[in-house]
Write a new protein. Structure first.
Length: 276
């Protein structure tokens, strides 16, 4: 695991570097172990596969804590408070491996002194209800007409750079091998915003004022509008019902076409059985 960025981020927001000088993951942790289960029909000769399914993933990891007795105890107690907070609030933390994450709960724990009493070894079972490692990739598309400038005045800090072009037409070549779920954020002002991705329409029949936006989340199956005052409004029933706004995004080359009078962000979720 040399050079791997391995962390646990609790629902509290606290982050634990599992490859640090004071907290390390033992070699026994295998985050590249996975299994699909076949749903089959028994035949006279062999079986016929009707589908494959996946149970929740489980990863056992021994976390070794180093430092003074006081430092080890303080870190162990803080980490365990976070583990329990995740469970009590039904809000998972995340195991992060480089660019990939998997949501999980620490459901079992056993602590004992390490060899020579130099460290404390805490063996933890991370239970992952959705058994896929996810990498998010985001692109942002600016409006191209001058009348849409209020889009640029939002009081938000975007963690990536915007880019614009001469028309509401862009090509995005992804390296994802599979269809992917997505989150699409459409910014006002816009009237009945419609975006074509490889000729499939994603549209919501609603008017967006400046500083308002709509988020389509295919994984959750939700369409939610946020007003200028921060109020969340369910606009699920305003979605285009002739073409599903939750249609997964195909892999490879994406042709995106829209009017150019509004801007939007598109985040794709690459899901894998193990992190790259």
């Amino acid at each position: 695991m040399s050079g791997v960025n391995l962390r646990y981020v609790a629902s509290s927001g606290r982050s634990y570097n599992l490859r640090s000088d004071t907290l390390r993951t033992g070699s026994g942790a295998n985050f590249h172990e996975w299994k699909w289960e076949a749903d089959t029909v028994r035949l006279r000769l062999g079986e016929r596969v009707s589908a494959f399914s996946r149970p929740a993933a489980e990863y056992e990891a021994t976390l070794s804590l180093f430092g003074t007795s006081k430092e080890k105890l303080a870190q162990l107690e803080e980490m365990h408070d976070d583990f329990e907070l995740d469970i009590r609030n039904l809000t998972p933390g995340r195991l992060i491996w480089n660019d990939y994450y998997i949501e999980c709960y620490a459901t079992e724990s056993s602590t004992k002194p390490g060899e020579g009493n130099i460290q404390v070894d805490n063996t933890v079972l991370f239970w992952c209800p959705y058994p896929f490692w996810i990498k998010e990739e985001t692109r942002s598309f600016l409006p191209t007409s001058s009348e849409s400038e209020p889009f640029l005045d939002y009081p938000y800090d975007y963690p990536y750079d915007y880019y614009s072009g001469g028309s509401g037409s862009k090509i995005w070549v992804t390296d994802f091998p599979f269809k992917s779920d997505f989150r699409m954020t459409i910014y006002g002002p816009a009237v009945d915003p419609r975006i074509l991705i490889n000729d499939h329409a994603y549209q919501v029949f609603d008017n967006l004022a400046a500083a308002e936006y709509i988020v389509i989340n295919s994984k959750l199956g939700t369409v939610v509008k946020t007003t200028a005052t921060g109020q969340k409004v369910n606009v699920f029933d305003l979605r285009n019902k002739e073409e599903s706004v939750f249609e997964q995004i195909p892999p490879g080359k994406l042709a995106l076409d829209w009017s150019g009078t509004f801007g939007f962000d598109l985040t794709l979720y690459e899901e894998r059985s193990e992190p790259r």
